[in-house]
Ligand binder design. Structure first.
Ligand code: ADP
Ligand code: ADP
Length: 224
């Protein structure tokens, strides 16, 4: 589902954020990317979302080699990928419903279909009763759940998250991670960058460890 083949990313500053990185994530697999600040975790996720492009090497997502993808193909590519950010990036002057509906409205879905999907999404994150609320009135954990509902509303095959629990206490962090595991249960491929190693280990999923842009370790469930 996601393949990195000898991927190097050098920023215009000259800094090599990823160095000849190769790994593969199967469809329906869930993995964490961990490593120190600056290890290249965000960069890796940005390459998957085509927010950045590699300097060398190839990234393949859902059977498409992103190297050949032109700018006009990017919106469709991103519709197949749900993205969750640490700061959730909600529109604070819109309702919870409107925030979650946004990707579908942009995609031009009919209004009744939008309503059905938004409510199904909010139901999955346990916020069906808050659809009319303004995000500011929600707790930080609830706001992150809205961000997750928005990421999954278009039923993406791939869900990626950049430090989704960075602002949450341990209890809420564990709940949010369990929510991601639930999406894996229904077939979504999930890749999460997190520096919370104790939490990552407790999840018992595959762990890719980055160090200065290189793959230092690739731990799989069952490994010692
Ligand atoms: P992480 O998510 O693990 O903290 P990042 O992928 O954000 O790591 O960053 C990896 C390295 O690339 C860091 O040294 C960072 O400073 C650098 N970097 C990230 N984005 C840019 C950019 N747009 N321009 C130049 N350097 C960048
Ligand atoms: P940073 O890591 O510096 O906070 P990001 O790389 O996450 O920034 O985002 C860079 C830009 O790309 C932002 O303006 C963000 O809104 C946009 N962006 C991120 N993900 C998507 C997406 N799936 N579709 C469209 N735009 C996106």
């Amino acid at each position: 589902m996601i393949r990195f083949d000898q991927v190097t990313k050098r920023y215009p500053s000259g800094h090599e954020a990823l160095q000849s990185l190769s790994f593969e994530l199967a469809a329906g697999e869930m993995a964490f990317i961990t490593g120190h600040s600056g290890a290249g975790k965000s960069t890796l996720l940005k390459l998957i979302g085509l927010i950045e492009r590699p300097t060398r090497g190839h990234v393949t997502v859902n059977g498409h080699n992103l190297h050949g993808m032109r700018a006009r193909g990017i919106p469709q590519h991103r519709r197949g990928i749900g993205m969750v950010f640490q700061d959730h990036r909600l529109l604070m002057d819109r309702s919870v419903y409107d925030n979650v509906a946004l990707p579908l409205i942009i995609a031009g879905l009919p209004r009744d279909e939008v309503g059905k999907r938004v409510r199904a999404s909010l139901d999955k994150v346990g916020l069906l009763d808050r659809e009319r609320a303004a995000p500011v009135t929600l707790s930080t954990g609830e706001q992150q759940r809205v961000g997750i509902a928005r990421a999954i509303v278009a039923k993406p095959a791939v869900l990626i998250a950049d430090e989704p629990t960075g602002n949450l206490d341990p209890q809420l962090s564990a709940e949010i991670m369990q929510l991601f595991a639930d999406f894996q249960q229904v077939g979504t491929t999930v890749l999460i960058a997190s520096h919370d190693l104790p939490l990552v280990k407790r999840m018992g999923k595959r762990v890719l460890v980055l160090d200065h842009g290189r793959l230092l370790d690739d731990w799989r469930p069952g490994d010692p």
